[in-house]
Design a protein around this ligand. Structure first.
Ligand code: NAP
Length: 338
């Protein structure tokens, strides 16, 4: 089968990684066009590829390029909507990095446009669903051997964050991965959310509340406790324990050698999210490519992107007001039911 010809919109940090991945590492794709708001940025993206690559600064132009079969959107979130809507209008498959959009209303516009088009075209870049460890946990839970999940305990810790990171971003940038991944993991939906701000670490910059504890309940009654702690100093530390009626399933940590030295037995901890999830990006985009050729979307859909944003909005409201907030999606449209 011929290569899928990809146009990449947004040639920043992750855009450049995806260009290399799509052109060289994965099977069945080539990058034929790139776009960035600044021409210099687009040229840097094009320079990563051997061969002819069209360079654009205009989203509509790259989407309409006859040598582009599918789009990958890696601009900042505020520019996702224009690119994804243009791809839907052109009838081209589009992989959009998370978040789908920065507001639930914009995500809903994309959902409505995709349904109106009658074609499944949009996938959102929630890569945890492609992590080997999360997939192993899901397989065990789906086997039924552990019975119903009752409680999920998670940590999302990072060494430090820069001064631009805000209290809200603990939800919209960090917890957003658990917000998408956990309902998929335990086959459930969010019901209510709460965010507790307690004693702050002295390592947090002025105005940042850190750590935060998010308590979320699901429609099936499962309680999820998520600790987001982004100045933990010691490593990028992702944990997830699912307590079920007949046993407990724990997310495996990346394997490092256990070393014995100076009267201690120790194991390393990953240092950042790129290293922790590097393999999952390859799996995610390879599956998306294979699906796009078949005209299907088996990964996170525009609806999932909408629900994640709606849940994040409810959590931000709960964080600010100290309330428990309901997540009201209105129910999954028939178009997205699997
Ligand atoms: P970035 O380094 O800022 O790159 C974004 C690029 O898009 C920049 O080159 C920017 O140009 C360009 N751009 C801005 N507006 C544009 C427009 N209207 N049309 C075309 N290009 C435009 O950001 P990033 O860190 O790569 O993140 C990109 C997206 O990926 C974000 O949505 C982020 O949340 C997501 N992401 C996901 C993961 C994950 O784990 N799944 C990890 C990292 C990032 P200028 O710099 O000149 O504005």
């Amino acid at each position: 089968m011929a290569n899928l010809r990809i146009g990449v919109i947004g040639c920043g940090m992750i855009g450049r990684e995806h260009i290399k991945r799509l052109h060289y590492r994965l099977q069945g794709s080539e990058v034929t066009a790139v776009c960035d708001v600044v021409e210099e940025g687009a040229k840097k993206g094009a320079a990563l590829v051997n061969g002819d690559v069209a360079v654009y600064t205009d989203i509509q132009a790259i989407v309409n390029d006859a040598n582009v079969d599918a789009l990958v959107v890696t601009t900042p979130g505020f520019a996702h909507k224009e690119a994804v809507l243009a791809a839907i209008k052109a009838g081209k498959p589009v992989f959009c990095e998370k978040p789908l959009c920065t507001t639930a209303a914009d995500c809903k516009e994309i959902v409505d446009a995709e349904i109106a088009s009658g074609k499944h075209l949009v996938q959102v870049g929630f890569m945890r669903r492609y992590d080997r460890g999360y997939r192993q946990v899901k397989e065990l839970l789906d086997s039924g051997d552990f019975g119903s999940p009752l409680v999920v305990k998670c940590t999302h810790r990072a060494i430090s964050v820069d001064d631009a990171y805000t209290t809200e971003m603990a939800i919209t940038d960090t917890a957003i991965h658990e917000i998408d991944c956990l309902p998929w993991l335990i086959d459930d939906e969010w019901d209510k959310v709460q965010c507790i701000l307690g004693k702050d670490t002295s390592a947090a910059h002025k105005g940042l509340r850190d750590p935060q504890i998010m308590i979320m309940t699901t429609k099936k009654g499962v309680t999820v406790i998520l600790e987001v702690y982004v100045n933990c100093k010691f490593g990028y530390d992702i944990n997830c324990e699912v307590v079920c009626e007949d046993g407990v399933v724990n997310l495996p940590c990346p394997s490092f050698p256990t070393v014995r030295k100076d009267n201690k037995i120790s194991t390393a901890i990953e240092q950042n999210w790129i290293l922790r999830f590097i393999d999952s990006y390859d799996v995610e985009l390879q599956e998306w490519l294979d699906d796009a050729k078949k005209g299907v979307v088996s990964g996170p859909t525009a609806w999932d992107g909408y629900v994640a944003e709606l849940t994040a909005d409810a959590l931000v409201k709960a964080q600010k007001a100290g309330t428990i907030e309901k997540v009201a999606t209105g129910g999954i449209p028939a178009f997205y039911k699997k």
